[in-house]
Design a protein around this ligand. Structure first.
Ligand SMILES: [Cu+2]
Length: 474
């Protein structure tokens, strides 16, 4: 007999309460049902900032969905967004039937306003994944959330928090960035490789201006604090849902023990001072509370508004203490990189197989083209595979921006960076390819369900301006 259990994913303000463990009833169910409704949401992420967004179930980010690996999940999506182009839900980082992938115009038609669609699959692999709209600007306006696929065999934390870093775009800024005429500056923190590679007089044209920097939908000091206790080992599941920018994340007074990259376990945890999280990436980072106090968890940048992207971590009785913060700089900060990570805990795809090479280009001033080998989607070269093929994809970035490259429906291994082979490849579904000549190579086995799987830059501007292709199972 199949048992089923229904959770109304509730709306309202997102509370950074420690994530509750699943109820006994939910654990005993074979099938978990969720309901997600998209609709316009007027919200104020910071004092004086009014924003017209789109939300799942009335909150930005949408509710944290949680299932146990092995359970099936059925999600009824109802679109009340009033968007002309419709919406879909993409399950980012999941290996799932192609028809459930939510790729607009590829695996399904967009769900029109007033329509609905049922997504059903067994979420795999376990880890911190996310879900988001895959049509036009829906993602930038707020249609995203974290989904946790719990691995029952994993080390348990004493407390766990899901944190979405996202930023609210200034109205019209996405459109001007797509035309390549944006006046928004780059805002990476001082001493970041991104900022160091900027040349004098660089006119970006492609940056998006943000009016508020949020953690779970609010700016500091309105962010919900994270209550912890002395002696706890705390697990943070962090998503960068910003559409265009890398985030450096630091917790003052603590190092972070990174155990998972994009939800996939590292062979060995890596202890760092800060995370470096590209667009769409997730990291699981742990810390220990060894003494009473109050500390800021911050997203670092050179943007004067950046102080707003922070939340207080405090022990009982320290609610009113002035929290310890970190400088808005990376000088002397040991931050996470793919090269430092101890690598994959999954079988490493063997070397060899078909190699595909893509030069990442475009992004000239006043141009609305971002390209793969000089072409924009849908005229880009496809990767044609037969099930079981070994595939290698090498990117060469000739532009002056990093590109967060993403593949739907697969976990790949980052096998080589800037021509250097990684001793232990890193299992990911996102990968930042360094600007100004950087190269990066993926290896994967084409053993996902057959279909058409998008491969694209997850910078929303670059994706919509053409930096996209498909892996097609023949
Ligand atoms: Cu890009």
């Amino acid at each position: 007999m199949r048992r089923s259990s229904f959770f109304a994913a509730t709306g309202g303000a997102m509370v950074v309460a420690a994530l509750p463990p699943l109820s006994r009833k939910a654990r005993a169910s074979d099938l978990i049902e969720f309901s997600l409704t998209s609709a316009p949401l007027a919200f104020s992420p910071a004092p004086g900032v009014q924003s017209a967004g789109l939300a799942f179930n009335g909150s930005i980010p949408g509710p944290v969905l949680r299932v146990i690996h092995g359970q099936r999940m059925r999600t009824t999506f109802v679109n009340r967004s009033q968007s002309a182009g419709g919406e879909t839900i993409h399950w980012h980082g999941m290996i799932l039937p192609n028809a459930m992938d939510g790729a607009d115009g590829i695996t399904q038609s967009p769900v029109p306003d007033g329509g609905s669609f049922v997504y059903e699959f067994a979420p795999d692999p376990p880890g911190t994944r996310w879900y988001h709209d895959h049509v036009n600007y829906g993602l930038a306006l707020g249609l995203f959330g974290i989904i946790i696929v719990e691995d029952p065999n994993e080390e348990k934390a004493d407390a766990e928090f899901a944190l979405v870093f996202h930023d609210v775009p200034r109205p019209g800024t996405m459109e001007s960035a797509m035309r390549g005429t944006s006046d928004a500056p780059m805002v990476d923190p001082l001493d970041s490789p991104e900022l160091r590679e900027m040349k004098r007089g660089d006119r970006m044209g492609d940056e998006v201006a943000y009016v508020a920097h949020c953690i779970n939908g609010a700016s500091y000091p309105s962010t919900k604090p994270l209550p912890v206790k002395v002696g706890q080992r705390v697990r943070l599941r962090i998503l960068n849902a910003n559409q265009t920018q890398t985030r450096y994340v630091r917790l003052a007074g603590h190092s972070l023990r990174v155990t998972h990259a994009d939800g996939n376990p590292l062979a060995r945890p890596l202890v760092v001072d800060a995370l470096r999280i590209g667009v769409g990436e997730r990291y699981d980072a742990w810390f220990e509370v060894t003494q009473p106090g109050a500390w800021l968890l911050q997203g670092l940048s050179s943007d004067p508004l950046a102080y707003e992207q922070a939340a207080v971590v405090y022990t009982e009785g320290q609610e009113r203490a002035t929290p310890m913060g970190s400088p808005q700089s990376l000088e002397g900060v040991d931050y996470f990189t793919y090269e430092k990570a101890a690598g994959i805990a999954l079988p490493v795809p063997p070397e060899g197989g078909q190699l595909y090479e893509f030069t990442l280009g475009g992004g000239e001033w006043a141009s609305s083209k971002w390209t793969l080998n000089g072409r924009t989607y849908p005229d880009t070269q496809r990767i044609l595979v037969n099930r079981g093929d070994h595939v290698a994809v090498r990117f060469k970035n000739t532009t002056d921006m990093d590109h967060p490259m993403h593949l739907h429906g697969h976990v790949f291994a980052i096998a080589e960076i800037d021509g250097k082979r990684l001793e232990r490849p890193l299992a990911k579904d996102m990968s930042l390819v360094r600007a100004n000549g950087g190269t990066l190579m993926w290896r994967f086995v084409a053993d996902s369900p057959p279909g058409r799987w998008l491969l694209h830059c997850h910078n929303l501007i670059h994706m919509m301006d053409g930096m996209m292709t498909e892996v097609v199972y023949q």
